[in-house]
Design a protein around this ligand. Structure first.
Ligand SMILES: NC(=O)c1ccc[n+]([C@@H]2O[C@H](COP(=O)([O-])OP(=O)(O)OC[C@H]3O[C@@H](n4cnc5c(N)ncnc54)[C@H](O)[C@@H]3O)[C@@H](O)[C@H]2O)c1
Length: 277
């Protein structure tokens, strides 16, 4: 197996498809971009970062010609129009939309600021709504070209399925993504539009988001060092470890491909058994 042949089966499974991944420069989003490219798709990624930074330049160079980047904030309607224009101009179609960009928010509910609450809802919930609203017309056209139709993958979390103490804002935002996804899935199915929509529910995945969150817990005195939280999270996860972003990308690839052609309105949980307990 190699980066260009992640399944070891030899054949690419997404040639001719165009995918868009928000928050695609890091973590789970970047892993999805890499997997879709390896499967032969053309990929547009968006993120907050200026493409001229060293990190963005190096990452985009490494991803190669089949990838293109649009700097865009998922909370901005204007930015979404710019993304739509860029996708329309470069590809004229879109088969896969991964609404992945997201942030977290922790703390006792009485300590949360209105500003923090509005920010997480704007990015995690409004961002998903705007992505879907912007691309439904193009995906409806493009979905007719592929078996199983176009695929919307909204990244929720296990925190959209079960609650956790001092995670109220994040829980609320990810629960909203879960139900929003079911509603649009039913709407598209009822209207026989060739678009499926499913939510993806990662458990604890080692990404910059998780690492920053662990550092905040350390700073607030919950643990001595981040590794203690990695160990604690691993012990509480039935499979005994945290996830690698590529393991979420594998699930996103399944939802993007025709192999999931009969799947819509569903929740794909990739959590090492966390919510089975
Ligand atoms: N890491 C986990 O353990 C975990 C678990 C469950 C769900 N998730 C979800 O997975 C998604 C990706 O998480 P991650 O861990 O890879 O995060 P990450 O912080 O490592 O990467 C997220 C990317 O999104 C970008 N982003 C943030 N706000 C944005 C905005 N307003 N507009 C555009 N881009 C923006 C960031 O710049 C970053 O590049 C999020 O929705 C997160 O809630 C993560």
């Amino acid at each position: 197996m190699s980066a260009l042949d992640p399944t070891g089966l030899g054949a690419q499974r997404l040639p001719g498809r165009v995918a868009l991944v928000t928050g695609g420069l890091r973590g789970i989003g970047l892993a999805c971009v890499e997997r879709f490219l390896a499967e032969g798709a053309e990929v547009v990624l968006t993120d907050l970062e200026d493409p001229g930074t060293d990190y963005a330049t190096e990452t985009l160079d490494r991803l190669g010609q089949a990838a293109s980047y649009v700097q865009a904030n998922v909370t901005s309607e204007d930015d979404w129009q710019a993304v739509r224009d860029a996708v329309a101009e470069r590809h004229g179609r879109l088969h896969v939309l991964v609404n992945n960009a997201g942030i977290d928010l922790t703390g006792a509910v009485a300590s949360l600021s209105m500003e923090g609450w509005r920010k997480i809802m704007a990015i995690n919930v409004d961002g998903v709504f705007l992505g879907v609203r912007t691309f439904v017309p193009l995906m409806e056209q493009s979905g007719a070209e592929v078996r199983g139709g176009a695929s919307i993958i909204n990244v929720s979390s296990i925190m959209g399925l079960v609650g956790m103490s001092e995670v109220a804002g994040y829980n609320a935002s990810k629960g909203a993504v879960r139900m929003f996804t079911k509603s649009i899935a039913l709407e598209f199915a009822e209207k026989r539009m060739p678009i499926r929509a499913n939510s993806l529910h990662p458990g604890f995945v080692v990404t910059p988001l998780l690492q920053a969150g662990f550092q905040r817990w350390v700073d607030s005195g919950v643990a001595d060092k981040p590794q203690d939280l990695v160990d604690m999270g691993s012990q509480k996860t039935p499979i005994g470890r945290l996830a690698d972003p590529s393991e979420l990308a594998g699930a996103a690839f399944f939802l993007a491909s025709s192999d999931s052609s009969y799947m819509t309105g569903a929740e794909l949980v990739i959590d090492g058994g966390w919510t089975a307990q």
